[in-house]
Design a protein around this ligand. Sequence first.
Ligand SMILES: [Zn+2]
Ligand SMILES: [Zn+2]
Length: 157
Amino acid sequence: MPPLPANFDLTAAFEALAREFYPGHRLAYRVEWSRRMNRSAGLCYFRRKVVRLSWKYHAVFPQEIPNTLKHELIHAAGVLGHGRRFRAEAKRLGCDVHAKPMPRRPFRYVYACPSCGNEVRTRKRVDFSCGRCARRWDPKFRLYLKSELQGVVSVEA
Ligand SMILES: [Zn+2]
Ligand SMILES: [Zn+2]
């Protein structure tokens, strides 16, 4: 995966979009990555004149960077919320009103039932018995760790 652009490049891209779609507005924003943001693709801090983009989101969807920049640009230009005015501007700029579902942490472990072979994927280590073979904990059907996955990113709605 190619590295994501630096904050400096994001800011330059944002400025270019601002000149294109809001000529005459003075939208002096700084754009920067947030490593921790995991509930939205981006956020516009209107008073602080800062736009933050989620690193986690764009590491999975790098092609969405221009889309997110346009979305945040509309907020930066003073359109708060996602009402009718926002939707009209989104159409004009050619961006989405809602981001894709946020990527979740990848599944890491594959457990299997020693009796029926049922497989269960988890994000952390667990000590369960098979839900198909037993309604409650039963050591006879204790799941065993079958394999560990690496670098598989799942996206769930
Ligand atoms: Zn928004
Ligand atoms: Zn089973």
